[in-house]
Ligand binder design. Structure first.
Ligand code: FAD
Length: 185
Protein backbone atom coordinates (compact mmCIF):
# COMPACT_ATOMS: atom_id res chain seq x y z
CA UNK A 1 0.00 0.00 0.00
CA UNK A 2 1.29 3.45 -0.94
CA UNK A 3 1.81 5.55 2.20
CA UNK A 4 0.28 9.02 1.99
CA UNK A 5 0.84 11.81 4.52
CA UNK A 6 -1.38 14.88 4.21
CA UNK A 7 0.10 17.95 5.87
CA UNK A 8 -2.63 20.12 7.35
CA UNK A 9 -6.03 19.15 8.72
CA UNK A 10 -7.99 22.09 7.26
CA UNK A 11 -10.95 21.66 4.96
CA UNK A 12 -8.63 20.82 2.05
CA UNK A 13 -6.59 18.23 3.92
CA UNK A 14 -9.58 16.46 5.46
CA UNK A 15 -11.46 16.40 2.15
CA UNK A 16 -8.42 15.03 0.34
CA UNK A 17 -8.09 12.34 3.01
CA UNK A 18 -11.72 11.28 2.56
CA UNK A 19 -11.39 11.22 -1.23
CA UNK A 20 -8.22 9.13 -1.02
CA UNK A 21 -9.90 6.69 1.38
CA UNK A 22 -12.75 6.33 -1.11
CA UNK A 23 -10.13 5.31 -3.68
CA UNK A 24 -8.81 2.60 -1.37
CA UNK A 25 -5.83 4.42 0.19
CA UNK A 26 -5.24 4.95 3.90
CA UNK A 27 -3.80 8.46 4.16
CA UNK A 28 -2.77 9.98 7.46
CA UNK A 29 -3.34 13.64 8.28
CA UNK A 30 -0.71 15.61 10.22
CA UNK A 31 -1.98 18.87 11.71
CA UNK A 32 0.29 21.31 13.53
CA UNK A 33 -2.44 22.59 15.86
CA UNK A 34 -2.85 20.71 19.16
CA UNK A 35 -6.64 20.76 18.65
CA UNK A 36 -9.04 21.49 15.80
CA UNK A 37 -11.10 24.25 17.39
CA UNK A 38 -14.46 25.71 16.35
CA UNK A 39 -12.92 28.69 14.58
CA UNK A 40 -14.30 30.68 11.68
CA UNK A 41 -17.71 31.94 10.71
CA UNK A 42 -20.23 31.12 8.02
CA UNK A 43 -18.82 29.61 4.87
CA UNK A 44 -20.52 29.32 1.51
CA UNK A 45 -20.23 26.03 -0.33
CA UNK A 46 -20.89 26.31 -4.03
CA UNK A 47 -22.50 23.62 -6.24
CA UNK A 48 -19.13 22.35 -7.49
CA UNK A 49 -18.01 21.71 -3.88
CA UNK A 50 -21.37 20.13 -3.02
CA UNK A 51 -20.82 17.84 -5.95
CA UNK A 52 -17.62 16.60 -4.33
CA UNK A 53 -19.25 16.31 -0.90
CA UNK A 54 -22.10 14.32 -2.47
CA UNK A 55 -19.54 11.96 -3.98
CA UNK A 56 -18.04 11.60 -0.48
CA UNK A 57 -21.52 10.67 0.84
CA UNK A 58 -21.55 13.68 3.15
CA UNK A 59 -24.08 15.94 1.42
CA UNK A 60 -27.06 14.76 3.49
CA UNK A 61 -25.28 15.30 6.80
CA UNK A 62 -24.00 18.72 5.72
CA UNK A 63 -27.42 19.82 4.47
CA UNK A 64 -28.85 19.09 7.93
CA UNK A 65 -26.61 21.84 9.31
CA UNK A 66 -26.86 24.28 6.42
CA UNK A 67 -29.13 26.78 4.75
CA UNK A 68 -29.66 26.52 1.00
CA UNK A 69 -28.95 29.70 -1.02
CA UNK A 70 -31.05 30.30 -4.12
CA UNK A 71 -29.98 33.85 -4.76
CA UNK A 72 -27.33 36.42 -3.82
CA UNK A 73 -28.53 39.99 -3.35
CA UNK A 74 -26.50 43.18 -3.05
CA UNK A 75 -28.23 45.93 -1.07
CA UNK A 76 -27.25 49.53 -0.48
CA UNK A 77 -27.07 51.12 2.98
CA UNK A 78 -30.84 51.72 2.91
CA UNK A 79 -31.61 48.10 2.09
CA UNK A 80 -32.52 48.90 -1.51
CA UNK A 81 -31.73 46.20 -4.00
CA UNK A 82 -28.69 46.93 -6.22
CA UNK A 83 -28.31 43.58 -7.92
CA UNK A 84 -29.39 39.97 -7.61
CA UNK A 85 -27.91 36.81 -9.05
CA UNK A 86 -29.66 33.49 -9.07
CA UNK A 87 -27.38 30.66 -7.96
CA UNK A 88 -29.84 27.84 -8.38
CA UNK A 89 -28.13 24.76 -9.74
CA UNK A 90 -30.18 21.97 -11.22
CA UNK A 91 -28.29 19.17 -9.51
CA UNK A 92 -26.38 20.51 -6.50
CA UNK A 93 -27.37 23.34 -4.14
CA UNK A 94 -25.27 26.28 -3.00
CA UNK A 95 -25.35 26.33 0.79
CA UNK A 96 -24.03 28.24 3.80
CA UNK A 97 -23.02 26.74 7.13
CA UNK A 98 -20.58 27.36 9.96
CA UNK A 99 -17.02 26.44 9.01
CA UNK A 100 -16.67 24.51 12.27
CA UNK A 101 -19.67 22.31 11.39
CA UNK A 102 -18.15 21.52 8.00
CA UNK A 103 -14.77 20.72 9.54
CA UNK A 104 -16.40 18.58 12.26
CA UNK A 105 -18.39 16.59 9.67
CA UNK A 106 -15.25 15.95 7.61
CA UNK A 107 -13.23 15.09 10.70
CA UNK A 108 -15.72 12.60 12.14
CA UNK A 109 -16.02 10.82 8.77
CA UNK A 110 -12.35 9.84 9.10
CA UNK A 111 -10.98 7.24 11.51
CA UNK A 112 -9.62 9.06 14.59
CA UNK A 113 -6.43 7.01 14.29
CA UNK A 114 -5.67 8.64 10.93
CA UNK A 115 -5.53 12.18 12.38
CA UNK A 116 -2.37 13.29 14.18
CA UNK A 117 -2.64 16.60 16.01
CA UNK A 118 0.29 18.64 17.30
CA UNK A 119 2.27 17.27 14.33
CA UNK A 120 4.06 19.93 12.40
CA UNK A 121 6.12 19.49 9.22
CA UNK A 122 8.97 21.97 9.46
CA UNK A 123 11.71 22.25 6.88
CA UNK A 124 14.33 24.83 7.70
CA UNK A 125 15.67 25.38 4.23
CA UNK A 126 17.93 28.33 5.03
CA UNK A 127 20.25 26.40 7.29
CA UNK A 128 19.84 23.20 5.32
CA UNK A 129 18.50 21.62 8.47
CA UNK A 130 15.14 20.34 9.53
CA UNK A 131 13.40 20.03 12.84
CA UNK A 132 11.37 16.97 13.66
CA UNK A 133 8.45 17.48 15.97
CA UNK A 134 6.53 14.39 14.99
CA UNK A 135 8.64 11.21 14.88
CA UNK A 136 6.27 9.62 12.36
CA UNK A 137 7.15 12.40 9.91
CA UNK A 138 10.89 11.83 10.21
CA UNK A 139 11.26 10.13 6.83
CA UNK A 140 9.09 12.79 5.22
CA UNK A 141 11.28 15.56 6.63
CA UNK A 142 14.32 13.81 5.21
CA UNK A 143 12.71 13.47 1.78
CA UNK A 144 11.56 17.10 1.80
CA UNK A 145 15.07 18.31 2.58
CA UNK A 146 16.53 16.08 -0.15
CA UNK A 147 14.05 17.57 -2.61
CA UNK A 148 14.87 21.12 -1.54
CA UNK A 149 18.57 20.43 -1.92
CA UNK A 150 18.04 18.89 -5.35
CA UNK A 151 16.16 21.95 -6.63
CA UNK A 152 18.23 25.04 -5.80
CA UNK A 153 15.77 27.62 -7.10
CA UNK A 154 12.07 27.15 -7.09
CA UNK A 155 9.55 29.50 -8.62
CA UNK A 156 5.99 29.51 -7.40
CA UNK A 157 3.84 30.53 -10.35
CA UNK A 158 0.22 31.60 -10.18
CA UNK A 159 -1.76 30.20 -13.08
CA UNK A 160 -4.79 32.41 -13.82
CA UNK A 161 -8.01 30.44 -13.55
CA UNK A 162 -8.91 31.26 -17.16
CA UNK A 163 -5.77 29.41 -18.29
CA UNK A 164 -6.37 26.57 -15.91
CA UNK A 165 -9.56 25.29 -17.51
CA UNK A 166 -7.95 21.92 -18.21
CA UNK A 167 -7.71 21.27 -14.45
CA UNK A 168 -11.44 21.92 -14.14
CA UNK A 169 -12.11 19.58 -17.07
CA UNK A 170 -10.02 16.82 -15.48
CA UNK A 171 -11.76 17.27 -12.11
CA UNK A 172 -15.17 17.05 -13.76
CA UNK A 173 -14.15 14.02 -15.81
CA UNK A 174 -12.97 12.30 -12.61
CA UNK A 175 -16.24 13.10 -10.85
CA UNK A 176 -18.25 11.91 -13.85
CA UNK A 177 -16.46 8.56 -13.83
CA UNK A 178 -18.97 7.02 -11.43
CA UNK A 179 -18.30 3.48 -10.32
CA UNK A 180 -14.55 3.71 -10.77
CA UNK A 181 -13.06 0.78 -8.95
CA UNK A 182 -10.37 1.51 -6.30
CA UNK A 183 -6.78 1.00 -7.44
CA UNK A 184 -5.02 -2.16 -6.36
CA UNK A 185 -3.03 -1.60 -3.17
C1 FAD B 1 -12.70 35.24 6.16
C2 FAD B 1 -12.71 34.12 5.17
C3 FAD B 1 -13.92 33.74 4.56
C4 FAD B 1 -13.95 32.70 3.63
N1 FAD B 1 -15.15 32.34 3.09
C5 FAD B 1 -15.21 31.32 2.23
C6 FAD B 1 -16.47 30.89 1.69
O1 FAD B 1 -17.51 31.43 2.00
N2 FAD B 1 -16.46 29.81 0.83
C7 FAD B 1 -15.32 29.17 0.48
O2 FAD B 1 -15.37 28.22 -0.30
N3 FAD B 1 -14.11 29.58 0.98
C8 FAD B 1 -14.04 30.62 1.83
N4 FAD B 1 -12.84 31.00 2.33
C9 FAD B 1 -11.64 30.30 1.90
C10 FAD B 1 -11.56 28.96 2.62
O3 FAD B 1 -11.68 29.15 4.02
C11 FAD B 1 -10.19 28.37 2.30
O4 FAD B 1 -10.03 28.29 0.90
C12 FAD B 1 -10.05 26.98 2.86
O5 FAD B 1 -10.31 26.96 4.25
C13 FAD B 1 -8.65 26.50 2.60
O6 FAD B 1 -8.55 25.22 3.16
P1 FAD B 1 -7.13 24.56 3.34
O7 FAD B 1 -7.37 23.23 3.99
O8 FAD B 1 -6.41 24.60 2.07
O9 FAD B 1 -6.35 25.57 4.31
P2 FAD B 1 -6.57 25.85 5.85
O10 FAD B 1 -8.01 25.78 6.24
O11 FAD B 1 -5.81 27.11 6.12
O12 FAD B 1 -5.86 24.63 6.56
C14 FAD B 1 -4.47 24.46 6.55
C15 FAD B 1 -4.14 23.62 7.79
O13 FAD B 1 -2.78 23.23 7.69
C16 FAD B 1 -2.19 23.38 8.96
N5 FAD B 1 -0.75 23.55 8.72
C17 FAD B 1 -0.17 24.60 8.10
N6 FAD B 1 1.15 24.40 8.03
C18 FAD B 1 1.41 23.19 8.58
C19 FAD B 1 2.61 22.42 8.78
N7 FAD B 1 3.79 22.88 8.39
N8 FAD B 1 2.53 21.20 9.38
C20 FAD B 1 1.30 20.73 9.77
N9 FAD B 1 0.14 21.42 9.61
C21 FAD B 1 0.19 22.63 9.02
C22 FAD B 1 -2.89 24.59 9.56
O14 FAD B 1 -2.80 24.60 10.97
C23 FAD B 1 -4.33 24.40 9.08
O15 FAD B 1 -5.10 23.65 9.97
C24 FAD B 1 -12.78 32.03 3.27
C25 FAD B 1 -11.56 32.41 3.89
C26 FAD B 1 -11.54 33.42 4.83
C27 FAD B 1 -10.23 33.79 5.47
Amino acid sequence: MVQIAIIGGGIGGLTAALALRQCGFEPEVFEQAPALLDVGAAIAIWPNAMRVLTRLNLAEKILEQAGVMDEIRWLDQHGRLINRVSIKDQRYPAIALHRADLQHTLLTALPASSIHLDSELVVKQILGQYRVKEPRLQSLHGQAVMLLNAVPTRTIRHIPRARNARADELANEALDAEGTSPPAG
